[in-house]
Design a protein around this ligand. Sequence first.
Ligand code: NI
Length: 258
Amino acid sequence: MIFDTHAHYDDIQFDPDREELLAQMRAEGVGTIVNASATVASWEKIRELTRRYPFLYGMIGVHPDEVGDLDEETFSRMERLLLEEEKIVAVGEIGLDYYWDKESHVIQKQWFIRQLELAKRTNYPVNIHSREAAADTMDILRKYGRGMKAIIHCYSYSREMAEEYVRMGYLIGVGGVATFKNARKLKEVIQAVPLSHIVLETDCPYLAPEPYRGKRNSSLYLSYVAQAIAELKGISPEEVIKVTEENAMAFYAIRRRG
Ligand code: NI
């Protein structure tokens, strides 16, 4: 079944129909969802979602645009949630965003490194957000992320860099962008990276694939992403769905429950 490794069902865009939408997932072939965390305010909502839906797991972390939320008190709350909540399976999304540049690079790096170290100390994998910050992200991951499990979420850099991440043992997160006509660079990445190092993700409500580009995204549209990857690799969509699910299950250390 389809495994969505990075979604934001806590987002207000899902407030009108979250329950109805999530109720359809299993019947539509979506087996597992991991909900990413962007803000401190999202933590409680994510915890509730993981308690309510057996197939939904969560991450706890703070997005680089939002690290102004973090201080020693919230940071220790993050550690407690990681240790106490059974269905929190990763730290994320964490990283660097020099596109929006909402916080200084010094502050972004500082909290990125501290969240990485927390993940290492508590033995959790990480979900990395990196936008227009290729060199600094690689630098920090080389120094602080060695031996860790990481997904480079919504991968947007070169094929060479993707191959370097694969050598480091990391996975490449692929979503709706793979279906866009102008996504030449990402298509090259998909062809170069072995399927054993690719996972599916929506980043919903953002980044809906064609033919829904620009609309609200959901895990139900991941079949279009699987189809795009299958075409680029000359294999079947079923194979893409099966292998990426195995990759994600192993990554998040989730065992299939019936
Ligand atoms: Ni995200």
